[in-house]
Design a protein around this ligand. Structure first.
Ligand SMILES: [Zn+2]
Length: 263
């Protein structure tokens, strides 16, 4: 059963060894992560299902990583010190693959080194949960509706399991909020971020799924498809979202949301 759900950002600068002098600018997000880590610990998860937009290179298919051990590696960000490893919940990953077999294209991959979209959230959230296993999935290039359907398929498997399972959607909002943003400035970037925040507060699942395509494109986000999978996972529950932090110190929107599920 699902016992925890959240939407989290993944700037590598959140890793102290990488962030260094920039780390203090992310203080609100760090505090939000610490709060979420406490909530996750209290939910006593056997397994964490995490979905990232950076796990594969623009793959047409969804993927689930079946490497028995999953390791972080932040060398590309100049950090040679932070090294974490996690156990994979291979059987849950395989069950999800089986359940999607005829309905959604999903590939099993085996990458021992996990992407930063997966690694940054796990760095914070699994600090005190060394025995918790992971299922690491990626979004795809398929339609919005397929992402919601993937979430629904995962929900069916997770809810039929006696395991306590946490769900984490990893993704950042617009990358075009400031004139010095990495993807350049867009006047509509703020509109996208504000819409997502408001619609989550108002539980407007359908409105989030149907956000204007041109607005999504203009935003230059990376987290929207992860959010769609999360919405598929939670849409049959009564849920309430609690915004723990929203920051954009580097021109990218970092939103941390705890999703409270009412059974
Ligand atoms: Zn990203």
């Amino acid at each position: 059963m699902i016992t925890f759900a959240s939407l989290v950002p993944h700037p590598p600068l959140l890793i102290p060894e990488i962030g260094r002098e920039h780390f203090a600018l992310l203080e609100a997000t760090v505090r939000a992560y610490q709060h979420l880590a406490d909530e996750l610990y209290a939910s006593q998860p056997g397994t964490v299902f995490i979905i990232s937009p950076h796990a594969t290179e623009r793959d047409r298919n969804f993927t689930i990583n079946q490497s028995p051990i999953l390791r972080t590696n932040f060398k590309d960000f100049g950090d040679l010190v932070t090294n974490l490893s996690f156990k994979n919940d291979l059987s849950l990953g395989y069950k999800i693959k089986e359940s999607c077999e005829t309905s959604l294209p999903l590939t099993l991959v085996a990458n021992e080194v996990i992407d930063y979209g997966t690694a940054v959230p796990l760095y914070y959230l699994l600090k005190n949960l060394k025995e918790t296993k992971i299922v690491a999935a990626s979004v795809s290039n398929l339609s919005r509706h397929d992402h919601v359907r993937f979430g629904q398929a995962v929900k069916e498997i997770v809810e039929s399991s006696s395991e306590r399972i946490a769900v984490i959607a990893s993704g950042d909002l617009s990358h075009r909020l400031h004139k010095d943003s990495p993807a350049g400035f867009s006047v509509r970037a703020q509109e996208f971020d504000q819409n997502i925040r408001r619609l989550l507060q108002e539980n407007k699942t359908a409105e989030i799924i149907n956000i204007d395509e041109s607005l999504v494109r203009e935003a230059g986000e990376c987290g929207y498809r992860s959010l769609l999978v999360l919405l598929g996972l939670i849409q049959d529950f009564n849920w309430q979202s609690e915004e723990l932090a929203y920051q954009s110190p580097f021109g990218i929107g970092y939103l941390t949301e705890n999703i409270i599920l009412h059974r």
